[in-house]
Design a protein around this ligand. Structure first.
Ligand code: IPM
Ligand code: MN
Length: 351
């Protein structure tokens, strides 16, 4: 019996999570796993009502779950940063979800903006470091608001943090068993401390423990170029938090958009959290127009991580079928189906 915490969150989060849970139920019925869910109302509305983002007690409770399923965090009436730092980043950090795993996979029938590229060219994953880098909040102001103002934002990279992330990437390449290649995406020509560490750890660990995995390196600016021109070169990309954030939005676009892009915040020894990577899309809220496939794919990743491999594969297969046989587009309002109809279709193919 799995214990799953559900945080529907803001905007369209609740709508897409509802569809994801529907699919989870269909998968449970078919593959015979059981679970219970506990819903939490963290997000912008709660914050505006109570001034609270994430109570400490809740954080402790979350550690007791097998997984967390998240919709979206971000509210138009709340200053940027408060909810993101107070809820999303806080969970990632405090639960030590040190990898943000983001598959970039083009399903058959889905349109990519890349000319002459198809599903055979776009199938890789980004392993984004998720607890360090520029995201730690290290730094500060001096003489703020004066003409002599100084703002410092430091990138924190620890040997331990880099090593566990790099190891995860090598393990993942082995498990995928495709090109068996890991590309380190960095900026060794300018960030000569941070990526010096990354590069040394990458080669040390790779040479010693993963001789079967090919090692490749690309600067981040070249990485985005190749993602557009030759995405088939990539199998597993490993990178730091900030670069990973940026390149995975490009990744989402080449796989057909935010409507299908899912991610997992993984702590292999603890509680992981799964989410569609797009935002709360306030303008579509409550309209039953948003694409729930990203949230559904996130539920699939959750099952994969929980060890329900067959169920995860069935969801993946059903999503592929819905894309190729049904949806006119992955964009909100242009799918030819409503949010709930897309969820129903996925359930039908799972059953
Ligand atoms: C993401 C988001 C977050 C991030 C924001 C909302 C803090 O863009 O999950 O990629 O930068 O990590
Ligand atoms: Mn992002």
């Amino acid at each position: 019996m799995y214990k799953i915490a559900v945080i529907p969150g803001d905007g369209t989060g609740p709508e897409v999570v509802r569809e994801g849970l529907k699919v989870l139920e269909a998968a449970g019925a078919k593959f015979g796993f059981r679970y219970e869910t506990v819903h939490y109302d963290f997000g912008g509305d709660r914050y505006l009502r109570t001034g609270e983002t994430l109570p400490d007690s809740a954080l402790e409770e979350l550690r007791g779950f097998d997984a967390i399923y998240l919709g979206a965090i971000g509210h138009p009436d709340v200053k940027p940063g408060i909810l993101e730092k107070g809820i999303l980043l806080r969970i990632r950090f405090e639960l030590d979800q040190y990898v943000n795993l983001r598959p970039v996979k083009l399903y058959p029938g889905v349109e990519t903006p890349l000319k002459d590229k198809g599903p055979e060219h776009i199938d890789f994953v980004v392993v984004r470091e998720n607890t360090e880098g520029l995201y730690t909040g290290s730094g500060g102001f001096l003489k703020r608001g004066t003409p002599d103002e100084i703002a410092i934002q430091e990138s924190i990279n620890t040997r331990k943090g880099v090593e566990r992330c790099v190891r995860f990437a090598f393990e993942y390449a082995r498990k995928r068993n495709k090109q068996k290649k890991v590309t380190l995406c960095g900026k060794t020509n300018v960030l000569t401390y941070a990526f010096d560490l990354w590069e040394r750890v990458f080669h040390e660990v790779g040479e010693k423990d993963y001789p079967d995995i090919q090692r490749d390196y690309a600067h981040v600016d070249a990485t985005v170029m190749w993602m557009v021109k030759n995405p088939e070169w990539f199998d597993v990309i490993v990178t730091d938090n900030m670069f990973g954030d940026i390149i995975t939005d490009l990744g989402a676009m080449i796989q057909g958009g935010m409507g299908i892009a899912a991610g997992g915040n993984i702590n292999p020894e603890g509680t992981s959290m799964f989410e569609p990577i797009g935002g709360s899309a306030p303008k579509y809220t409550g309209k039953n127009m948003i694409n729930p496939l990203a949230a559904i794919c996130a539920a699939g990743m959750m099952l994969e991580t929980l060890g329900e491999t067959e169920a995860a594969q069935a969801i993946d297969q059903a999503v592929a079928t819905v894309c190729s046989r049904h949806l006119k587009s992955l964009a909100a309002g242009q799918m030819g189906y409503t949010t709930s109809e897309v969820g129903d279709l996925v359930c039908r193919y799972i059953a």
